[in-house]
Design a protein around this ligand. Structure first.
Ligand SMILES: O=C(O)[C@H](O)CO
Length: 359
């Protein structure tokens, strides 16, 4: 079964280019098209982006035509040889090995993600490769999911549906399945950016008493939108009833949420992470959750992804784990794919991209 599915995928992995889609072209047109910049797309991205590329007439592209399995590394290293542009998603490591395999033609990389921890920025910069990414278009979707995860965790919804379905629902009980409420609480944001602000804006109507945030430096403009107070990392841990992680994963933030942070949090606090799993030391989180150091955790991101079903975090009732779906709405994923396509085309034309990383 596995073999035949793999074989099918191989068959699906077709080159979709303006050339082979047009059919019956004159040799002049064919010659013209063969000089178009070559682009490899590492995933079957949502239709909006593909449509933009197809209708641009500006590139010839080939894609790994599956959304279910990532392109195998070996295949990827072959396919990128000599390309002018590359569209990737967050599962592909764009590192020295890959850039060497691509060679000197590669001018533009466009990732369909706001996160860029899968990219070796230094290498890209060294080689003068421009990089597009997809912030802003996913802010609403990520904020919405963060609120859903926070409420699911704090009000113990997964446990509750499980009890209801499996016979644990006896008489109405006074303290059964009690959780922690947002009204009157202090919400802390680690890393205040667009997404943190959007989360706070959505939580404010739940009668949150106070928003606080920690970051490398105060961000008065953003903070004023949600009336948030800048505090130290320690104060963030101590004061937050709900702590939402919104910072990017960088060498500085790697495992910044560890024993030290959890030990300072209240044992009634809820920890939420919708940024990157690498920001958290998962052994320390397990310890904090299993010993009651903190009340609960909601994670949309883990290390690794997928998190093996045998992972100890899955054994905990007070840990809600989602499979990295914060931006997963049809509208947002299409917008991300359109932005990634437009960034690529602009980059290949030598024009400013809509959203370009400053390297
Ligand atoms: O980096 C991103 O774009 C997100 O994690 C995907 O939703």
């Amino acid at each position: 079964m596995w073999c035949s599915r793999m074989a099918l995928r191989r068959l699906q992995q077709v080159a979709v280019t303006p050339l082979n889609m047009a059919g019956g072209l004159t040799s002049n047109v064919q010659r013209e098209m063969s000089t178009l910049p070559r682009v490899y797309i590492t995933r079957q991205i949502p239709p909006e982006g593909l449509k933009i590329l197809r209708e641009s007439g500006q590139v010839q592209y080939e894609l790994w035509d599956s959304d279910d399995v990532p392109v195998p590394r070996k295949e990827l290293l072959q396919k990128v040889k000599g390309v002018d542009g590359l569209v990737c998603v967050l599962t592909e490591k764009i590192d020295t090995e890959l850039l060497d395999a691509a060679g000197p033609n590669l001018k533009v990389l466009s990732t369909m993600s706001v996160g860029f921890d899968h990219l070796s920025l230094e290498e890209l910069k060294k080689r003068g490769i421009r990089v597009g990414y997809t912030p802003d278009v996913l802010t609403d979707s990520v904020a919405e999911l963060t609120v859903a995860l926070l409420l699911t965790t704090s009000r113990r919804l997964i446990e509750a549906t499980h009890e209801a379905k499996t016979g644990g629902w006896g008489t109405w009980r006074t303290l059964w399945l009690c959780g922690h409420e947002l009204a009157g609480s202090t919400v802390g944001i680690l890393g205040l950016g667009r997404i943190g602000v959007a989360i706070a804006e959505r939580l404010a109507p739940f009668k949150v008493k106070k928003f606080i945030y920690a970051d490398v430096a105060p961000r008065p403009e953003l903070a004023s939108v949600i009336n948030a107070e800048y505090v130290s990392f320690d104060e963030l841990a101590k004061q937050s009833d709900f702590l939402s992680v919104c910072c990017a994963l960088t060498p500085e933030t790697k495992e910044i949420c560890n024993k030290d942070l959890f030990s300072k949090m209240k044992n009634t606090s809820i920890f939420i992470n919708t940024s990157r799993g690498g920001v958290v030391n998962q052994e320390d989180l397990y310890e904090a959750l299993s010993t009651g150091q903190i009340a609960g955790a909601g994670l949309d991101v883990t290390v690794p992804e997928p998190l093996p079903t045998s992972h100890p975090l899955f054994t905990l009732k007070n840990c809600v784990i989602l499979p990295h779906i914060a931006s997963a709405s049809y509208a947002t994923r299409n917008n991300m794919s359109a932005l990634a396509a437009n960034n690529l085309l602009l980059g290949l034309r030598g024009e400013p991209m809509i959203k370009e990383l400053k390297l």
